[in-house]
Write a protein that binds this ligand. Structure first.
Ligand code: FES
Ligand code: FES
Length: 161
């Protein structure tokens, strides 16, 4: 067993975990944050994407023990209470989801993308989200959603709103 002290969505948790426990299982089953989904469990689908120390990471490829001392953000950490953030709202407004299974992962990967590049072109968005798979949307509306979020989050747009 290992002792893990981790900050998730701004809250500090200290838990004893089995050495082999995956971070995605820790998030879902120990912390009961079910917004992070499990798909392939081998790093291919992106459903389990979180922010790990501010960077997009696949939580099925990390052990819970590796999160000791880390700062984690899951999809539950994006909204402010019931108020969706700009990215979530853009996905809603632009039909960036259908079944929604992939959506938490896309939201977290897009959050990282927009942090690094606030004004990505379509190619950069597609490249930035290439580690995430969606079986429903055909990706077009996901790209539109990220473009719309970038627009909504730009200082010019905020100044004219
Ligand atoms: Fe982690 Fe698919 S469940 S990448
Ligand atoms: Fe269904 Fe992406 S919306 S897998």
């Amino acid at each position: 067993m290992s002792s893990v002290r981790v900050t998730v969505n701004g809250m500090v948790y200290q838990r004893e975990v089995e050495d082999r426990m995956l971070l995605v299982d820790f998030i879902r089953d120990v912390l009961q944050l079910k917004g992070t989904h499990i798909g392939c469990e081998v790093g291919r689908c992106g459903a389990c994407t979180i922010l790990f120390n501010g960077k997009s990471a696949k939580s099925c490829l990390l052990l819970a023990a590796q999160a000791d001392g880390a700062e984690v953000t899951t999809v539950e950490g994006l909204a402010d209470g019931n108020q969706l953030n700009s990215l979530q709202q853009a996905f809603k407004d632009n039909h960036g989801l259908q079944c929604g299974y992939c959506t938490p992962g896309f939201l977290m990967a897009s959050t990282d993308l927009l942090e690094r590049n606030p004004h990505p072109c379509e190619t950069e968005i597609r490249q930035g989200l290439s580690g995430n798979i969606c079986r429903c949307t055909g990706y077009v509306n996901i790209v539109r959603s990220v473009e719309a979020a970038a627009e909504a989050m730009s200082p010019t747009s905020a100044a004219t709103a």
